[in-house]
Every structure is written in structure tokens, then in C-alpha cells.
Design a protein. Structure first.
Length: 202
């Protein structure tokens, strides 16, 4: 007897449509840039109607924000995975930093998050997105290292912002062709320079 596929719920169909729009928009934003991509192209690429686009997103900018949010989520997952098997809080920061730079090499990601993101959404909204994801992982790592006594106690939010900016600058440099190993070595030096001084010998 022929089996029929189970019918999807309205919620499942809605989530599928939203996913298709985000994926199509990402492809086009990377291929053509945000400014050069129109909503008619996005709906054609996604295979949905214009009405479906505006059911899920107020406008192209809101769709871009969803793309950026998903990219940032992916980066945070890679950071957390990269720091899973570390033996110390400082090692977790170093491994997490390397994982961040590796995650940012995914095609188009650096431009989407570090160049187009602030230009399209504004610095404040991009900061909010990053604070929910990659900056959150960095802040948690720094806090854990300070709690463990591995790093000097410094203002946590300020230190997170400064180190995040350094990592972003390194990601941009690598994307432009800079030596990734040199960037990682310099960033590791920054982290190691924050370590608490060893106790003086008697």
C-alpha cells in the first residue's frame, strides 16, 4: 500500500518559508552585495511570493538582520565547540579565539558581519547581535578566566569590547590576505599578556 507523506503543520511551512528567504538572501547578499540585491530577486531565488517575504519581514533591512543573526549564531556555535576540550580557562580563550577566526573564513561571513552589517543596520544593532553571540562567548570566557585567577581582574565589559574589536580586525585582515598564523600569534600574545603574574619565588 502506498504511504503518503505526513502533512506539515502551518508552523512548519511558515518556518520553511522563512528559512528559504534567509538562505536565498544570504546567497545574493554575498554574491551581489546588499545594496545591489532587490527583493524581487530574493523571492525568485527563494521560490516564494512577495507576499510571503513581507509576511515574515518588514523590509529588506529586516531580512538582512535575520541573515546577520543566523551568521552570528553559527559563529558562536563554532567558538563553543572549539573550546570544549580545553584544560584551562586561558586555553579556552585561546582556542575559542582561533575558532572565531576560523569561523569567519566561511565565504562571505566577514563582509556580512563586519562590513555590511554595521553599514546596513548601524553599529548599535550589530553590537546587540554580536553581544548575543560571539561577544557573549568571549565575555563568558574572560569571566571564567578571571574567576579562576588565570587573568588579572579588569572591567569585564570594557575588556570584552576591546578584545572583540581586536579579533574583528584580525578577521578583516585575514579576509584581505594577511597571514592567519601571524594574526593568531599576536592575539594569543594579547591574551597571555593579561595573565596574572606568577607568584615571586622565595
Amino acid at each position: 500500500m502506498q504511504q503518503t507523506a505526513p502533512r506539515r503543520s502551518n508552523r512548519e511551512r511558515s518556518e520553511d518559508t522563512r528559512d528559504r528567504l534567509i538562505e536565498a538572501a544570504r546567497r545574493l547578499f554575498v554574491e551581489k552585495s546588499y545594496a545591489e540585491t532587490g527583493t524581487p530577486e530574493i523571492v525568485r531565488e527563494a521560490g516564494v511570493t512577495r507576499g510571503a517575504l513581507y509576511h515574515h519581514f518588514a523590509d529588506k533591512q529586516a531580512l538582512f538582520a535575520a541573515v546577520a543573526e543566523r551568521e552570528a549564531e553559527s559563529v558562536a556555535r563554532e567558538i563553543e565547540t572549539g573550546a570544549l576540550d580545553t584544560t584551562s580557562a586561558t586555553a579556552a580563550l585561546i582556542d575559542g579565539g582561533a575558532a572565531y577566526l576560523n569561523a569567519m573564513t566561511h565565504p562571505g561571513r566577514t563582509r556580512l558581519l563586519l562590513l555590511d552589517g554595521p553599514a546596513v543596520l548601524g553599529r548599535r544593532q550589530m553590537d546587540e547581535i554580536e553581544d548575543r553571540h560571539s561577544n557573549r562567548t568571549l565575555r563568558e570566557g574572560l569571566h571564567a578566566a578571571m574567576e579562576a585567577g588565570a587573568l588579572r581582574s579588569l572591567p569585564l565589559d570594557a575588556l570584552t569590547g576591546l578584545l572583540a574589536a581586536a579579533f574583528d580586525r584580525a578577521a578583516l585582515a585575514i579576509d584581505a590576505g594577511s597571514d592567519a598564523d601571524a594574526q593568531i600569534k599576536a592575539l594569543n600574545g594579547l591574551i597571555e599578556g593579561l595573565a596574572t603574574a606568577p607568584a615571586p619565588q622565595a
